[in-house]
Design a protein around this ligand. Sequence first.
Ligand code: MOS
Length: 756
Amino acid sequence: MDATSTLTLTSPAVGAEDGKLGGALSRVDGPLKVCGQARYAADFHLPGLTHATLVQSRVAAGRLRAIDTKSAEAHPGVLLVMTFFNAPRLPEGGQAGIKPPAGRTLSLLQDDRVHYDGQPIAVVVAETLEASRQGARLLQVEYDQEPPQLDFEAAKAQAHPPKEAQGQEPDSRRGDVEAAWSQAAHRLEATYTTPLEHHNPLETHATLAAWDGDQLTLWDSTQYVHGVKQTLSQRLGLQAEQVRVVSPFVGGAFGSKGSAWSHVVLAAMAAREVKRPVRLVVERTQMFGPVGNRPFTQQQFRLAADGGGQLTALEHRVHAETSRIEDWIEPSALISRFLYACDNVATTHRLVPLNVGVPTFQRAPGEATGSFALESAMDELAHQAGLDPLEFRRRNHSDFDAGQQLPYSSKSLLACYDQGAQAFGWSQRNPKPRATRRGDVLVGYGMATATYPAKRLASEARATLLPDGHVRVQCGTHDLGTGTWTLLTQVAADRLDLPPARIALEIGDTALPMAPVSGGSMTAASAGAAVHAVCELLRTHLAELAVTDEASPLHGVPHELIELREGRLRKTDEPGRGETLESLAARHADIDLQVNVRATPGPDAEKYSKHSFGAVFVEVHVDADLGEIRVPRIVAAYSVGNLLNAKTGRSQLLGGIVWGLSMALHEHSLRDPRYGRIANANLGEYHIPVNADIPDIELIIVPEDDPHIGPLGAKGIGEIGITGVAGAIANAVWHATGRRIRDLPISLDSLLHAQR
Ligand code: MOS
């Protein structure tokens, strides 16, 4: 395959059952990846390739006074130093953000303002990576500094509501929280915080930009090829047809790659200047600033229940930091609007702008942080009410989404509670905290509810019968490492009753039919539904061709009597009568054998509240003297509609749980309160779990049939795994030690501090 052709992947031969939906088809991209032949954005090579280094601001607020580029330009191999002072002017100043996730407020060297430490302020392009890095080091930047606003508490005075919270109103209110609060038997008032975190997929962001006349091609690590195309054409003043974005493989994304950030446009600008292809790889330390983060949240709760353990009041007020250049809200309170039955609920979201990088979607944005706070508060109130935390949740189970005023399309949360508790042995929990000890170790059990919306967007797809009887399936969606290559192969194989090895799949390219952002856990539901529909259409189309073709043995058969089985069209009640796809293809020109669809969510989409649910049970061991926390055991039960691939689906859920543990106990970007620089912008000091930190995780998939969710019956599994886990761990730590830690991550020192 040369750099400019679209990648086609076909599964190795496997048993027919593996290709069915729900089967455990192994990754069709596995062999390429294992052999090092899967090419990611930075692996592509073009003649005349040059290398770019992104240069970042070293102050958090102010103006660029001057940048001395002379030594950099004199360095051997340096081809271009692009700064505000010489960068080409873009139409509309390049700052008018289009709606996320397709585009964000970018820093494209169009003005001299500095809004945060780490903001892109220059790009150095050279013959080699080494020369571009050295050139970047040789820049002399002078700033007119201004005092940055980095104090969350001080800036809270100017907090403002966002325009929306992930498509919903930022504030909500039902019933009368004040009245219910004043009459309640049990009350909890508590504040929880979650820290600044940065996405660190194994593959950092990377872009290769190449111009051919007025045509721009980008090889980009992205969750949204069509969104990158839109952003690039808008920012550079091009027609959409002038831009192509290619992204066959992505080495992890998690929301950070849902938006096209500054470096993508800067690479294209630089390539136009040097008139050669430019490769720009974001360095690991650069992942901590100009490409999004999960913002710090402060979540204030008032939660009350009556004497029977029924929730009577819930108030969830969220303050989250954002940048000074763009409002982006972590919508942590959305889950409080529906997760439990409660008549009196008030939620608010407020933004606290600081001189920091723009925050963004990070795996289960809102639910991951919000479920930590809500599930901690539920645990605290259960204890106060003298109820087992699981029993407390059962009593407050909601059969109806009172936030949206909609019935659930399906909900199997009670079964998740039951099956998870059973497998975990929850009934053995001693209700008294700090009462279970094994030697020097305090043992704690904790649990929490998990949930994530089941969303779907319109997607297109194309299917073509090839002369050799293979079917080419094309869809401009993406595989972030999540298994899309495999899953879509499986959907097509299942629908066409072909072995997976006869599906030739193409994804990850704007030359392919439009698909939405691969975010929000909706790729299977969106692109999967399009592939499902296009395969159904192809089958009908081929049957139609056969029955109207005098040369076909099926000529004249009513097409409701035609079925496609094992590569043959045949008459349902006379299976011997029929023909193979190859023989049909041999008689028809290519143009006849291609179908296109645009699959949109049906009318049911608006009539139901659609969510996945789950229950997470955790055991923790805490060293009584040293506060060291170990997690020996996690059991999690999920109801996610149909699980489409038993192998990749399991991996997705496990990955989410691991990240939940990481959120609970490890991750924390430390920002210098004076200068706004991230002090641990590397994977040595930004803590993440290693294998030794991860226990055996038992997954239970609760079967669920959801007739309203889409043709595949799948709810999406990318994000629910992270939700609930941090809450369950915090609750288990409390149960083990009697210490309630309300600020993540829970560390040794926070625990020892709480013991004093
Ligand atoms: Mo996800 S945070 O929508 O990639």
